[in-house]
Each structure stands twice: as structure tokens, then as C-alpha cells.
Design a protein around this ligand. Structure first.
Ligand SMILES: [Ca+2]
Length: 244
């Protein structure tokens, strides 16, 4: 969809988010996750997309505004996840982003259990939409996901704007490395050694690795050289899958 992008998040209010939910001004894009050993699609990450006043809005400001009101945030997330599950591409693992704040009380947990009941090939990417990671919510959220029996992915590793939590690293089945690694490695080769350290830890622990933000052939070759298990990013945009 080639709509202009609204960049100033200060223009967004809670009322706008309520309106977007009410008028269903959102949809989902499924970004493929490619297996390096076979070149085939292993799974898809569901990405939320928003429109307000006929302009595309980046997801982060919408989630940040909603996050200030826990009930609004839960309402938005529950609508998004239901849509993302409903339109999921077949025969591939679905990666869904979930914020630990959505596990803050029994009603919310019961909703997720019901929504995910019977779902197959689902991996929950635990992510924090603000810099307000609360470890109590996080531990509880991980306990619940593991009780349901879905694999966990640690999202946004290496993104300096996201909190890093070692408990999440230790309990995750997938480690997802943020696209900023590619920029950092281009600026300073030391970062390649840091990433290699993470990847050898992942291998030793039987955790699978995903490098995000692959945009060029050069990025892809670097991912191959590093030995990551999976890649995703703009280079594979032609394989994207959309909801209606
Ligand atoms: Ca993610």
C-alpha cells in the first residue's frame, strides 16, 4: 500500500488509537523467515500495520500511546493477535509479538489461553514496547507461555532502545538479533566478534538464531558467514503475505 507515512508520533492521541481499533484501521503483514540451510520459508513474523486519516502510521508510536493505558493496550493487542492468527499463512511457523504487560492479570492470561488454544506451530516473540520492562511481569509471562507449551523467541537483541533481560535469553528457544547489528558491524568490525559470541552461545545451548533486517545481498552473505540459522528482512519482501 503506497500511502504517505505519518512520522510525528506526537500527533497521535489515545482517542486516535481508540478510533483505529473501532474503525478497524489496521491490518497485518507477514514477513517471511528464511532458513539458511535450505533457502525455504520456515515461518512468518506477523507485523501490525496502521492507518489514520488515510496515512500510514508506524507501529511503534501507536503501541507506545496505547501502552500508557493498560486496558486500551490489551484491547488493541487482543484485536491484533486475533487477526494475525486468523489470516496466518499455512504450513509455516507463525511468530507473534507479545508484550509481557499483557500478562498482568488473570483475565488477560485467560484470554490468551483461549485465543491460542489448539494453535499449532506458534512461537511467541517476547518483546517490550517501551523501555519499561518489569521483570515480575516478564517472569510470569514466560511461565505462562511455557505452561501453554509454545516456544519463546527473545526479540530485539542488540537494539539499544530495548531493555535486555538475561532470564529471557536463558529461557528462549529462538534468539532474534536486531537489524542494528548490520549497521554496527559496518561501522566497527568489533561488533562482528560480539555477535559471533552470541551465536556460539546459541549453538552450544541448542537455541536457534534469526538475523533481522537483511536488505542487501551483502547483508545476506554476512549472515551466511556468521552462520545464523534464519534471516528475515526487506530482501525477501516479494515473499511477504498480507491479510485482506
Ligand atoms: Ca519481533
Amino acid at each position: 500500500m503506497s500511502l504517505p507515512l505519518l512520522c510525528n508520533e506526537n500527533l497521535l492521541s489515545e482517542c486516535d488509537v481508540v478510533r483505529m481499533i473501532h474503525e478497524r484501521h489496521f491490518w497485518v503483514e507477514y514477513e517471511p523467515i528464511i532458513a539458511m540451510n535450505s533457502g525455504t520459508i520456515f515461518g512468518y513474523e506477523a507485523l501490525a500495520r496502521f492507518i489514520l486519516n488515510e496515512r500510514r502510521i508506524p507501529p511503534m508510536p501507536v503501541l507506545m500511546v496505547a501502552h500508557q493505558n493498560p486496558e486500551l493496550f490489551f484491547h488493541l493487542e487482543s484485536e491484533l493477535k486475533a487477526l494475525q492468527l486468523f489470516h496466518r499463512p499455512k504450513n509455516a511457523m507463525l511468530f507473534l509479538n507479545l508484550d509481557p504487560h499483557n500478562f498482568s492479570d488473570e483475565t488477560k492470561i485467560a484470554f490468551w489461553k483461549q485465543l491460542f488454544d489448539g494453535a499449532q506451530d506458534l512461537c511467541l516473540e517476547v518483546t517490550e514496547n517501551t523501555d519499561d520492562m518489569q521483570t515480575a511481569f516478564l517472569s510470569h509471562c514466560l511461565d505462562e507461555i511455557q505452561r501453554i507449551g509454545f516456544p519463546i523467541a527473545q526479540d530485539d537483541i542488540g537494539n539499544d532502545e530495548k531493555p535486555f533481560c538475561f532470564e529471557l535469553t536463558s529461557r528462549a528457544d529462538f534468539l532474534k538479533f536486531d537489524k542494528t547489528w548490520l549497521l554496527k558491524i559496518k561501522r566497527c568490525p568489533d561488533y562482528q566478534e560480539i555477535l559471533k559470541g552470541f551465536l556460539s552461545f546459541a549453538k552450544a545451548q541448542g537455541k536457534r538464531s534469526v538475523l533481522e533486517g537483511i536488505e542487501t545481498e551483502g547483508d545476506f552473505l554476512l549472515a551466511r558467514e556468521l552462520g545464523v540459522d534464519f534471516v528475515q528482512g526487506y530482501l525477501f519482501k516479494h515473499l511477504n503475505h498480507h491479510s485482506c
